[in-house]
Design a protein around this ligand. Structure first.
Ligand code: C2E
Ligand code: CA
Ligand code: CA
Length: 558
């Protein structure tokens, strides 16, 4: 039964509303009496969005129906964080549907006024409407990512097949640094001009971020897109001229077929970005067409990723953490464990992370999963600290997570909510972090290190800038990649390499952990290289929590 607001509270609501309205500066205002879930909203907002009336019961539920489906999860989380007291204020950008059914970009801010018992009394805030124009990029005149998703939604609603291509330029910051931003802007203009000429009347172009563009076409086939791409690649890298200079653009590209309309458009976009990253990181610019198969098995990768994405939206159901012991090299005693993610479903069984993390880590939904991983790993292993106070919990963090402005706050919040001692936590980062501005990355590491958290440089030696990252961030732990361990019994040089890495790590006061030790022979040789700890199947595979507990904690092997 709905509680009907009494006249005293109604008067207070009106008075408070008037006060907020005078300071709202062109934004819509909303004020909700939380005791009755009764709100007053600006008349302009009611009119613009086609809401039931200035006074509304359950306005939050009504408004949520206006938030774009792809933004609803993050909207929901933001509101939940606010009412649980985790966040002091709600401040986010999302798309909301106006009364004509079009989406506009809004910045929504809000805060809760609590009563003396610590329960929400009023919820007040403002919505700033940036309007439809925000789906337009002012520099190039192209529509941006919001525009692309709108277009995709139209195709979805008509079940109309299309091909989608991503094309972008690498190392653009170097061009800006060498020749200045004005020059950089002219280059972007010329680039867009060339793209427009190339695809005139054959599709719609979008600028999805920085120097990354997307073409949505229903006339060009994937093969034709590849041919056009190869042509553009040569032209942009060799022939583009600005003010007599040749910026020699390094071009990357990918494509994907849009034909399965049960797949969320964000999943599709994440797969396109994943293929683009392959063109960039591994392909040296070779066009990468997303292959919708898992390990040649003909099972649809898009369908798997889509299910995994839904799992994240569903409170991370279906995800599991396994724990692999890390032991001291000298005597095999337990030092700690690395938390390793799995996804499980009746249809696919237990899916290893290599099959989905590289794809979904670009997805906005991954932020939620990252927080779940950290929280779950700490909650799972906190009881171990009673008998093993020096237990080291290693948790992987991906480049995409670190890039988020909210990363440090998320880690702090998770430490607080779990009560896990920061000194028992080690975050594993990879050399992909080089893509983050180094000053920012150093600041993130310093702030977390000040709390007591330590850092491990994962997969050391596999990327060309591992050494650079180590020297700048001074990670406490260096994890030597399995490839160095694999041939150690046949190849004396590999053993020497591990010794060199160990000596080098000492310069930075880092300890070395050797990964992927599988046999007793490897173990004996590795021990002699001076490394501090070892992780590998020889000691144990990653185990579910119960098995890890029984084997390493309860049995008292420490
Ligand atoms: P990683 O961080 O390098 O993790 C070590 C991987 O090596 C694990 O694979 C582990 O099972 C495997 N491994 C350990 N010892 C041996 C051995 O002796 N022989 C062999 N053949 N393999 C060994 P897993 O669990 O499949 O994870 C693969 C990768 O997925 C991880 O590589 C990491 O990059 C990523 N990953 C796993 N969990 C997470 C997570 O929670 N967050 C993030 N961002 N990435 C994760
Ligand atoms: Ca790792
Ligand atoms: Ca590793």
């Amino acid at each position: 039964m709905q509680k009907i607001i009494d006249s005293k509270r109604q008067n207070t609501l009106d008075e408070l509303y008037r006060a907020f309205e005078t300071v709202s500066e062109g934004s819509y205002v909303y004020l909700c009496d939380m005791k009755y879930d009764y709100s007053k909203w600006s008349a302009e907002a009611i009119q613009y969005f086609g809401l039931p009336g200035e006074y509304m019961y359950h306005a939050g539920d009504i408004w949520e129906q206006h938030v774009h489906p792809d933004d609803q999860a993050s909207y929901h989380n933001s509101i939940a964080d606010l009412f649980s007291g985790r966040d002091k204020g709600h401040d986010m950008q999302y798309r909301a549907r106006d009364r004509m059914g079009r989406y506009v970009v809004c910045t929504c801010r809000g805060t809760v006024l609590w009563d003396e018992n610590g329960t929400p009394d009023y919820f007040v805030g403002s919505i700033h409407n940036h309007g439809l124009v925000n789906s337009m990029d002012s520099l190039t005149g192209l529509q941006n990512q919001f525009g692309l998703f709108e277009h995709l939604n139209v195709l979805y609603s008509k079940q109309q097949k299309a091909n989608i291509m991503m094309i972008g330029v690498g190392h653009f910051s170097m061009i800006n640094e060498m020749w200045g931003y004005d020059f950089g802007n002219i280059v972007i203009h010329k680039l867009v001009q060339r793209l427009k000429e190339q695809f005139r009347n054959e599709g719609v172009l979008y600028r999805v971020s920085g120097v990354k563009f997307v073409l949505l076409t229903s006339t060009l086939s994937l093969e034709e897109l590849e041919q056009r791409y190869e042509f553009l690649r040569i032209e942009l890298s060799e022939k583009l001229e600005v003010d007599g200079y040749h910026p020699n653009l390094q071009v990357y590209g990918s494509a994907l077929e849009v034909k399965m309309f049960q797949i969320n458009s964000q999943t599709m976009f994440s797969c396109l970005e994943y293929a683009y990253n392959l063109s960039k990181d591994r392909g040296n610019g070779a066009f990468h067409i997303f292959k919708d198969e898992i390990d040649e098995s003909r099972t649809s990768l898009l369908t798997l990723i889509n299910s995994i994405r839904k799992s994240i939206e569903n409170g991370c159901s279906g995800f599991r953490l396994y724990y692999q012991p890390i032991v001291k090299a000298q005597d095999g005693a337990l030092q700690g464990a690395e938390a390793l993610l799995r996804w499980e479903s009746p249809e696919y069984g237990l899916v290893p992370p290599g099959q989905f993390i590289p794809i979904i880590e670009n997805d906005p939904a991954f932020v939620q999963l990252g927080e779940w991983i950290l929280q779950k790993a700490m909650t799972d292993t906190k009881p171990f600290l009673q008998t093993h106070p020096d237990f080291e919990l290693n948790v992987n963090v991906s480049y995409e997570q670190l890039r988020q402005d909210s990363f440090v706050a998320m880690v702090k919040r998770t430490l607080e909510t779990t009560g896990y001692p920061a000194r028992n936590l080690c975050l594993e980062i990879t050399e992909r972090c080089r893509l983050i501005d180094m000053r920012r990355l150093t600041a993130i590491v310093s702030e977390l290190r000040a709390l007591g958290i330590c850092f491990a440089m994962d997969d050391f030696g596999t990327g060309y800038s591992s050494m650079d990252i180590l020297s700048r961030l001074k990670c406490e732990i260096v994890k030597v990649d399995k490839v160095f361990v694999d041939n150690i019994t046949q190849n004396e040089e590999d053993a020497q390499l591990i010794r060199v890495i160990n000596d080098m790590a000492e310069i930075y006061d880092s300890r070395v952990c050797a990964e992927g030790v599988e046999s007793v022979e490897q173990y004996e040789l590795i021990k002699k290289c001076g490394v501090s700890t070892i992780q590998g199947y020889y000691f144990s595979r990653p185990l579910p929590l119960d098995a890890f507990y029984a084997e390493y904690i309860a049995a008292g092997i420490s």
